[in-house]
Design a protein around this ligand. Structure first.
Ligand code: SF4
Length: 87
C-alpha cells in the first residue's frame, strides 16, 4: 500500500516518480529561457512592504530561491490566482 502522507488527495503528483530535483532544475532552465512570469514578484497581488500575498495565499513556495515548481510532497507550487502586473 502506498502512503501519500499529509498531501491532500486532490493535489496532483507532478513528479510522478521522476526525480523532483531534476524536474525543478529543468523548470528553472526553461523559465529562464522563455522568461516566464509566475512568481509573486511579478504579480499584482503581492504587497511590496513585506512580500506577502494580499489575497492571503501562502506564497513561500513561489518566493523560494532557487525556484521550485514541485514541492517536497510532489505538489505543484504554481498559483492559479497569479495576475501579471502588466509590465
Ligand atoms: S496571488 Fe499568487 S502569485 Fe499573486 S502574490 Fe498571491 S500567491 Fe503570489
Amino acid at each position: 500500500m502506498r502512503i501519500i502522507g499529509t498531501r491532500p488527495r486532490f493535489l496532483p503528483d507532478l513528479a510522478r516518480g521522476s526525480d523532483r530535483q531534476a524536474v525543478n532544475a529543468r523548470f528553472r532552465a526553461e523559465a529562464e529561457q522563455y522568461k516566464l512570469l509566475f512568481q509573486c514578484t511579478d504579480c499584482v497581488y503581492q504587497r511590496e512592504s513585506d512580500g506577502r500575498c494580499t489575497v492571503g495565499w501562502p506564497n513561500d513556495g513561489l518566493m523560494a530561491d532557487p525556484v521550485e515548481i514541485i514541492g517536497d510532497r510532489g505538489e505543484p507550487l504554481v498559483c492559479k490566482a497569479f495576475e501579471p502586473d502588466g509590465m
